[in-house]
Design a protein. Structure first.
Length: 219
């Protein structure tokens, strides 16, 4: 969809769903450009077509990425959440994604089925990929609130939770329903759930095997 049509589409949704008249004109270009960085990096034929013809608001994953970047751009431009909170809420209502406008997600990330995913405060890195019902956020540890640190190329299958003083290395694949809290995961690892979230099952993977699996998600 062309930029002018996309802007009109979003502003109409904000008016009809959020009951708010919001002009996004001074941020839509930056949001589209940031979204295209993600689309161009992904190994996804739908994304590849959108990177040429424009973001499709009827592709919920791509649209969720765009709305996050738009809310973040509005927040940084305004210095407050007056406009950003409406776009953030629209994203949550339409796509089921909790991605707060003041939190900095990476420049390159992607998703499949974002429903029920909550991304809170954390240090994110590029090439983050996630499925439905994932959670990243803070947790108290030794009387202090800690937030996770994620390396590059972290892949989260459905139901993964990363909380608290956790450090996730580069090129880590977390299996469905894995729960990690206050735990360090080394580079090039497969991680699986266990009965103790502080001691998930960590399997050191071969570099070539993990890199080959990542080709399913990234160019």
């Amino acid at each position: 969809m062309k930029k002018e049509d996309l802007q009109r589409h979003i502003e109409t949704q904000l008016r009809n769903i959020m009951c708010a008249d919001v002009d996004i004109g001074n941020c839509i270009d930056a949001a589209i450009n940031r979204t295209n960085v993600c689309l161009n990096a992904a190994n996804n034929s739908y994304y590849n077509r959108m990177a040429i013809g424009g973001v499709d608001p009827y592709h919920s994953c791509a649209y969720a990425i765009l709305l996050y970047f738009l809310s973040n751009e509005l927040y940084k431009r305004d210095g407050n959440g007056e406009r950003a909170e409406k776009v953030y809420y629209l994203n949550k209502a339409l796509n089921g994604l909790e991605a707060f406008y003041a939190d900095e997600l990476p420049a390159i990330f992607s998703m499949e089925h974002p429903l029920g995913t909550v991304f809170g405060r954390a240090k994110y890195s590029n090439y983050l990929f996630f499925y439905q019902s994932c959670t990243i956020g803070g947790s108290w540890f030794e009387s202090k609130m800690y937030y996770p640190v994620l390396g590059e190329h972290v892949t989260m299958f459905s139901g993964v939770k990363i909380l608290g003083n956790s450090h996730i290395g580069n090129h880590v694949i977390l299996g469905a329903n894995t729960y990690v809290i206050n735990c360090d995961i080394p580079d090039y690892s497969f991680v699986f759930p266990s009965s103790d979230a502080r001691k998930p099952i960590i399997v050191s993977g071969k570099k070539e095997e993990i890199l080959n699996r990542e080709k399913s998600f990234w160019k």
